[in-house]
Design a protein around this ligand. Structure first.
Ligand SMILES: [Zn+2]
Length: 606
């Protein structure tokens, strides 16, 4: 059925477009037309009108990777039936030469490329699935259009200005941060700008507000009307205001949130392992299940994505500017882009009065717990540099834990060394002031510069905790603020603990992600696929019941677990243990004036 549609649509496209390319100016080489009126066939129909390429400029690329994803996506995989034509409609040869590249013969005669693109949400291409917030979806309710997933660029022309025309149903709403020219074409200054500008189109609810001088728009698609733009903006309002206070100036004039909420079934049906959001310079794109806790998790994600307008968007290294879409190239400073952003999104809530110090410390504690599930022998810079390698991919998630705690400690150290005058926020803003969107810092010299503008002692901090793998000194650093830190203590919760953390592996099976000594002694290991508990099969439907049963058992009771490892089934008897609380913070009974002063500085934007 799908195939039938494909063949017919490509015929119609080639006949019905008699090279009506309109070029708004001589300097414009590329105009895209995206036809979304014929969405029933589940394909994006793209025409690229081309003006004045030379014979050698014959390579058309789709991205292998895009900013903020730190993973290989290979969008060329989704392109179907690419054909090339000269101005008289004669077909030119367009040969696929690699996953993401096409070579056009006689490129100097090229007038247009015509191709279709499958959406990533429900593509048959299930290997190395594109994360939803970097993907595309086309259906009769909404169209999620990440430009980089559909629109390519000619080699050597990444910095050319681009025009895009989008045809869609007249009663649909369109959300994007790109603006239109007088002819109705969206304008992108460069391919990087285009890639930085997603679209959400469909039956959307919309709402807007102003934060400082920033015009903020909210565009939401959701089958559940409680998740509408007005409700979400209400929740986001204090987060945005508090972020604006933390930033202290308006790095952009406008900003849009594009959000898609899907039913839980749709999430599972599409095989998404997780939801999330992706940052852009003037917008961010969220894809979440409609079961999400509105006031909780989304609020934190809004904070995180919005604060990305600081870094990497306005503070990044010369290795990612301009971005290499073809060859994944990593910067060693993801600790800064993700770690500091995650730290900022928590501390600005503390400083803005949205959360208490106790709640802030609970977040640090939670992050410290998650950090323990990751490999402690990879430093933050090594993790950054190897982010595209397969073994590292899952470790990447630790930037939001270890990276954020490291930033929190760096903040305390800077406050201490400056006698409460200048913390990480202040240093960060100085750097932002010096650099900017198109003024990257030097990848190689950044640490030296950071030490030079702060204190010689910071060299040791960077060597130990950012470049090195020394355990994070939570105890020593939080004591400076008058908090005791306890690594582990017996929990007041009498329910037993199995001592096992599970996550979904690439095959969507429940795999062991972390485990206690007791589980190890029983013969279990990280990576084992849990197939049975109490002899009952573990799946999406049964898991909640099985773990509910454990919850009502007692310390010392035995749980029978069967796992699969290298094709073999292994059974283990795991004794339930006393629950322990880990990474606990407590107010010190006596605090000195020095601790009090440092805490006061820590609690505010200086
Ligand atoms: Zn982020």
């Amino acid at each position: 059925m799908k195939k039938l549609f494909l063949t017919i649509s490509i015929l119609i496209t080639s006949i019905a477009n008699p090279l009506a390319a309109e070029f708004p100016g001589k300097s414009i080489r590329v105009v895209y037309n995206v036809d979304l009126t014929n969405y029933q066939d589940d394909l994006f129909h793209i025409t690229v009108f081309v003006n004045g390429l030379s014979k050698e400029e014959d390579i058309f690329n789709l991205p292998a990777t895009v900013p903020g994803t730190y993973s290989i996506l290979d969008f060329g995989r989704y392109v179907k039936f690419l054909s090339a034509f000269d101005k008289d409609g004669n077909e030119l040869t367009a040969k696929k030469i690699s996953t993401n590249q096409w070579q056009v013969s006689n490129a100097d005669k090229l007038a247009k490329l015509v191709y279709d693109v499958e959406d990533t949400f429900d593509s048959d291409n299930t290997e190395n699935k594109v994360i939803p917030m970097a993907g595309t979806s086309i259906n009769n309710e909404f169209i999620l259009l990440n430009t980089f997933a559909l629109l390519g660029y000619f080699e050597g022309h990444q910095s050319d200005s681009i025009r895009i025309k989008i045809d869609y149903k007249s009663d649909w709403t369109l959300g994007t941060s790109l603006t239109k020219d007088e002819n109705g074409y969206f304008v992108a200054e460069t391919y990087d700008h285009l890639a930085d500008s997603p679209f959400l189109i469909g039956n959307l609810s919309t709402s807007s507000t102003t934060v400082n001088d920033i015009k903020v728009g909210m565009y939401v698609y959701s089958p559940d009307t409680t998740f509408n733009a007005a409700n979400i903006l209400k929740v986001a309002d204090k987060i945005l205001k508090s972020s604006a206070k933390f930033i202290g100036y308006s790095p952009v004039t406008h900003y849009n949130f594009l959000m898609v909420f899907l039913g839980k079934e749709d999430f599972l049906k599409n095989g998404f392992l997780g939801a999330g959001a992706l940052e852009h310079s003037y917008s961010s794109l969220f894809v979440f299940p409609a079961s999400q806790d509105l006031a909780g998790e989304i609020q934190d994600d809004i904070a995180h994505e919005f604060l990305h307008i600081l870094t990497p968007l306005n503070l990044h290294s010369d290795i990612i500017e301009p971005f290499n879409f073809e060859i994944p190239t990593s910067s060693e400073h993801i600790w800064l882009y993700e770690g500091i952003t995650e730290w900022a999104s928590d501390i600005m809530q503390l400083r803005g009065g949205i959360i208490t110090a106790e709640e802030y410390l609970e977040r640090i504690s939670e992050k410290a717990k998650i950090n323990e599930r990751f490999n402690q022998n990879i430093s933050l810079t090594a993790l950054s540099q190897n982010v595209y390698s397969e073994e590292i991919t899952m470790q990447f998630l630790n930037f939001y834990n270890k990276g954020a705690i490291t930033a929190a400690l760096l903040d305390i150290r800077l406050l201490e060394l400056s006698n409460g005058k200048r913390g990480l926020r202040e240093v960060f803003l100085e750097l932002l002031n010096k650099y900017g969107k198109s003024r990257p810092f030097s990848e190689k010299n950044f640490f030296n510069e950071f030490i030079n503008i702060t204190y010689p002692e910071i060299e040791m901090f960077i060597a130990d905790y950012i470049i090195g793998t020394e355990p994070l000194p939570l105890n020593k650093y939080f004591a400076k603020l008058g908090y005791d830190y306890i690594y582990e203590q017996v929990s007041a919760d009498a329910h037993p603990s199995l001592g096992l953390q599970m996550g979904m592996n690439n095959n969507q099976e429940f795999a062991i992600a972390g485990l206690s000594e007791e589980c190890k002694n029983a013969g279990l290991a990280v990576g084992d696929v849990v197939i049975k508990v109490f002899g009952e099969e573990v799946n999406m439907q049964s898991i909640q019941n099985l773990f509910g049963r454990i919850y009502s058992m007692h310390v010392g009771d035995i749980v029978e677990i069967t796992v699969r490892r290298d094709g073999n089934e292994i059974s283990a008897s795991v004794p339930l243990k006393q629950k322990m609380d880990k990474h606990v913070f407590r107010e010190m009974e006596q605090i000195t004036d020095e601790q009090k002063q440092l805490r006061e500085a820590w609690l505010k934007n200086l």
